[in-house]
Design a protein around this ligand. Structure first.
Ligand SMILES: *Cc1c(COP(=O)(O)O)cnc(C)c1O
Length: 400
């Protein structure tokens, strides 16, 4: 039999769970796009987006997914034929590098594998070797959603600064914004990109590029910037008709307004703390199950793990079997493994991922973990009992 009928739970790392308040805000007739509520509401998004990113800089909003934001960041800063340094810690780092290559940019990749963070010293070494300053930007992923590693972006900035190299630092925060602590200005990030469907709790369809004045100088030095991706008109809400290079994404904007309200009501520090506590509950359960069992977390060191997504390995065929079980029997969809091939498992089917970003709370995470424990029991996947109990203790300790 199945026990899946009830409210489904999409526990994948994006799109994340959409809050009812966000969905309700989008359920409305088409608004006047020339004046009135939509225009005033759109103006109000800018300061709140910047507050979430901890920046006094600029933000441009695009009608696109994360891939579009990758494209936008590069279109404004790096011309075809110029060079970027890509610090790769998983599938998403490679994805951004591929987008750069597609634009005719030369990509120098440093691949740190699928279980380790960026080593800033190796990035610094590559910059020191670039005495002609050909490298225009360093591309880094704050949280690589495939491996669930979290990179130390502030340490990367310090390492770049110590070399005296003028490269811009560009950070992909699509999986981490409004989940993991991030301080764009204090950490010295020149360009940061995000998308609506992860920590920002809004359906997929909006991409964001945050940029500081240094990055804007690079934009001004570009031989040309393609019209659609140009951030200059998009960052100035005074000229509404230019903001979206055409029709505004009306309903997404109303949804985003409410999602930002929810983040502001909770407070961004509290949002980060909640994500950290819920992540610890997931880790506690997984570590217990793995004591005498098949489950391993992909990133061994807790301090290097994302608070928004957790990649785990059960091995072939259990990873795929567990996902199938939780989906069909219990109404919980887990994320697939991405780019995690192993010698005996080239497609990485033994991996799965927990998405725990955005609109998630203690009962959802405990329910998620209870379902995973039930699935491992039903499928006779070797595991130590007591994972849910360990998670509950973590939740009790955090909530007080
Ligand atoms: C989800 C994600 C992307 C890609 O976003 P799409 O909306 O699927 O194009 C890129 N980078 C990271 C870190 C992500 O988590």
């Amino acid at each position: 039999m199945t026990l899946a009928n009830g409210r489904p739970y999409l526990a994948i790392p994006g799109p994340s769970v959409m809050p009812d308040r966000v969905l309700q805000a989008m359920h409305r007739p088409a608004p006047n796009i020339y004046e009135g509520e939509l225009v005033a509401m759109t103006h109000s998004l800018y300061p709140d987006l910047k507050a979430v990113a901890r920046t006094e800089g600029n933000v441009a909003i695009y009608i696109c997914n994360g891939h579009g934001a990758w494209e936008a960041a590069l279109a404004n800063t790096v011309a075809p034929g110029e060079t970027v340094l890509s610090a790769v810690t998983g599938r998403f780092g490679n994805g951004w590098a591929d987008v750069a290559e597609g634009r005719g940019i030369t990509v120098q990749r440093i691949d740190f594998g699928t279980r380790a963070p960026i080593d800033p010293a190796r990035v610094a070494e590559a910059l020191r070797a670039d005495t002609a300053h050909r490298i225009k930007a360093v591309l880094a992923t704050h949280v690589d959603t495939a491996t669930s590693v979290r990179n130390d972006i502030a340490a990367l900035r310090r390492a770049i600064d110590e070399t005296g190299h003028p490269a811009l630092l560009m950070s992909d925060n699509i999986a981490s914004l409004a989940c993991d602590r991030f301080e764009m200005d204090a950490w010295g990030v020149d360009v940061m990109i995000a998308a609506s469907q992860k920590g920002l709790m809004t359906p997929p369809g909006l991409g964001f590029v945050f940029f500081n004045d240094r990055a804007d100088q690079a934009r001004k030095a570009m031989p040309r910037v393609s019209r659609y991706w140009d951030w200059a008109p998009r960052a100035n809400p005074e000229f509404y008709y230019q903001l979206f290079c055409g029709t505004a994404p009306t309903h997404h904007l109303f949804g985003l307004r409410v999602a930002l309200d929810m983040l502001m009501e909770e407070g961004i520090e509290a949002v980060w703390t909640r994500h950290a506590a819920l992540a610890r509950a997931i880790w506690a359960a997984c570590e217990r199950w793995g004591e005498n069992g098949a489950l391993r977390l992909n990133i061994a060191d807790r301090s290097l793990r994302s608070h928004a997504v957790t990649a785990a390995r059960l091995g072939k065929p259990w990873g795929a079997a567990l996902r199938e079980w939780t989906d069909t029997k219990a109404g919980v969809t887990l994320g697939i493994g991405l780019g995690m091939s192993e010698p005996d498992d080239p497609t990485g089917s033994g991996f799965f991922r927990f998405g725990h970003m955005g609109h998630v709370n203690a009962h959802m995470i405990l329910g998620l973990l209870g379902v995973v424990e039930a699935g491992m029991g039903a499928l006779s996947i070797p595991h130590s009992p007591g994972g849910v109990e360990a998670a509950a203790r973590e939740i009790a300790a955090a909530a007080g």
